[in-house]
Design a binder for this molecule. Sequence first.
Ligand SMILES: NC(=O)c1ccc[n+]([C@@H]2O[C@H](COP(=O)([O-])OP(=O)(O)OC[C@H]3O[C@@H](n4cnc5c(N)ncnc54)[C@H](O)[C@@H]3O)[C@@H](O)[C@H]2O)c1
Length: 355
Amino acid sequence: MSQRILITGGAGFVGSSLAVLFKQHHDNCTVICLDNLKRRGSELSLSRLRKSGIEFRHGDIRNKEDLEGLEKIDWIIDCSAEPSALAGINESPHYLLNTNLVGTINCLELARACQSGFLFVSTSRVYPFHAINSVPYYEQESRFTWEPAHRSPGVTCDGISEEFPLDGARTLYGATKLCSELLLQEYSEMYGIRTVVNRCGVITGPWQMGKVDQGFVVLWLARHFWDGALSYYGYGGLGKQVRDVLHVADLFELIDLQIHNWTIHNGQTYNVGGGVSGSVSLYELTLLCREATGNTIHIQSVPESRPGDVRMYVSDYDKVCAATGWKPKRSVEDIISEIAQWIATRQSELKPILS
Ligand SMILES: NC(=O)c1ccc[n+]([C@@H]2O[C@H](COP(=O)([O-])OP(=O)(O)OC[C@H]3O[C@@H](n4cnc5c(N)ncnc54)[C@H](O)[C@@H]3O)[C@@H](O)[C@H]2O)c1
């Protein structure tokens, strides 16, 4: 594979991890990472990228000039975003809208100029939260669970599928991602751009700079590691809300398959995540973090839910599995122990950011 891949947001968690893995698996490909380094901690990726032979370009996708001079790109993997579902709450949504929407347009325009393929890392947040929260559920000792017998469009025994209705509010973050997906469809139809959309649940792994509004798995581990403060926000404040968790290396394996078999995946949209077996509640995550760090910390309880929050989300990845044979390989336990090891070995550089 001697392709030229541009990864926007390439110093961020997902972007830098994909970049390093692409170089590891395909030594002869050229990987260029573009990032404005807005996310605190993204700067730590720069030496890692350099050591892997990856070109770094400091730039902002809101400015189309910053994308000029990038020629002969075969694939753009768009990982540059304001990735928080809480963005725009009690603050101006300007940065979110300009990056996640105007930025996508600028990246699509580059794709049009280069006739490159466009792989978009979208989100489960495109699905409306009121509708997700109205799926019948019951409460177990450590988590909420959807009623197994319940079936409605897009709700299967494996979770939420691509058939889930899209009508309703989904957070501004989710809305910018869905709008971007629609633009990809138009660029595909009108300009023949190859596109693939992966709607991901929670992605995690080493090099995620977890913070309160995004990257909760790393945040949880780091707070346990350094005896920090944590709260169970919402849904009664007991930590029973559930998410499915995907290791970024599993995502890489999927994207690698998609790029190499793009004729099958061209124009497709897939739900991608850890699925039922890769799901975890916050309370269960606490137990895993205690075990991984040997520390028990007090966790505050805040019963009121945050705006736009969902009680549960688990990806039904059947469609992508049927198309590729792909399934996530790394268990939640393995992911936790890998992140714990990463924190332990890089304490001095990570403490100012994660503690
Ligand atoms: N991490 C997850 O759980 C998750 C889940 C679903 C989808 N996603 C999507 O994956 C992508 C990557 O997310 P992440 O977790 O790596 O987040 P991240 O914050 O670690 O990475 C995003 C990177 O984009 C950069 N960036 C922000 N605004 C920019 C701009 N205007 N121009 C150039 N660079 C800019 C940031 O500095 C950061 O390095 C995002 O599109 C996000 O929506 C992430």
